[in-house]
Write a protein that binds this ligand. Sequence first.
Ligand SMILES: [Zn+2]
Length: 350
Amino acid sequence: MPDAAQSLPEFWKSRVEDVEEAIASAHVGSVRVVARTPGGHKVHMVAYGPSTNYDSQANYMSATGARNPAYYADKPDAGPPVVYIVGTPHGQEVENVVGTVNLMRVGETGADWRGKQWPRLAASMRECRTLIVPLSNPDGRARCMHDSFVGLPVDEMTRVGQGTREDGSMYGWPGAKAVHPMKGDIGLLGAYFNDDGINLMHDDFFNPMADETRGVLGVARDEAPDYIINLHSHGAAPMILSTAYVPRLHKEITAQFGERLQARLESGGLPAGGPPGVSEDGESYPPPSFNLTSALHHVCGAVSLLHECCHGVREDRYPDATHDEILDIQLILFEELLTFALEHPRPGVA
Ligand SMILES: [Zn+2]
């Protein structure tokens, strides 16, 4: 199976080194390090488009306590929407690394690594403030021995992603969340986790265990994004998932965006899942998780979305997807989100 790497297309830039090269060659985007991992990697953020100095006199939680989010970020009406892309908290979800590295290429040159032009996306990246953390969990990605899951069985993704016990049995989903930090009975530490066994999606957000989590949340706090997208992958068709513990209005905006993305993917003949429903949290037991997507909202007030791409695994119950199609799904997601942000720059503001 590792031999499959030799037949991967050139544009399939899914490795930690691919991110480092993209960061090193960024000239249009401005780069900073937001975290250092227990495995010794840096987590980078690259920003495109204009920055705005907001008047800020309170953190978001206090500003909403004072009944006016402008005390946290007093955004000018005509200022650019800020869109924050959080890449690959789960290291085996390599499709999202391909997406963010190619998005950076579009930001630098107007074209992706295939040479395909994305004029609307490139223009939107200049018009919005576009913040990209291309890979928030480089430790996990470095431990994932597959550069692609296209054509592989889903069990292999589960083995590598969620890891195994010493006897070789798989933790699986959601079993991999039942032990956290993931320590002790480990055969293979899943790519879900950083090298300390932390799953960034389920850190302690009021006292984070991982520097990566602090860094990712810190970007949101400092930049006051209007929209955030947290990038994941699964076997099924691409879809936007609902975010728990956010305002009702944001759930409605999330569903609206999910519908729009589905329509765009379908019109391109690509696999597409349906939009999330809009419901109250905790209508039945057990309650939903307050996860990284939820936490990102609560530090800055953004509409915080989660996208699941498809892996292209070889399973009857899941859609096929080629490498080309997966890259298109990624860049279409970004193009639609930035367009949506430009159309609705201050979501939820009366
Ligand atoms: Zn994930």
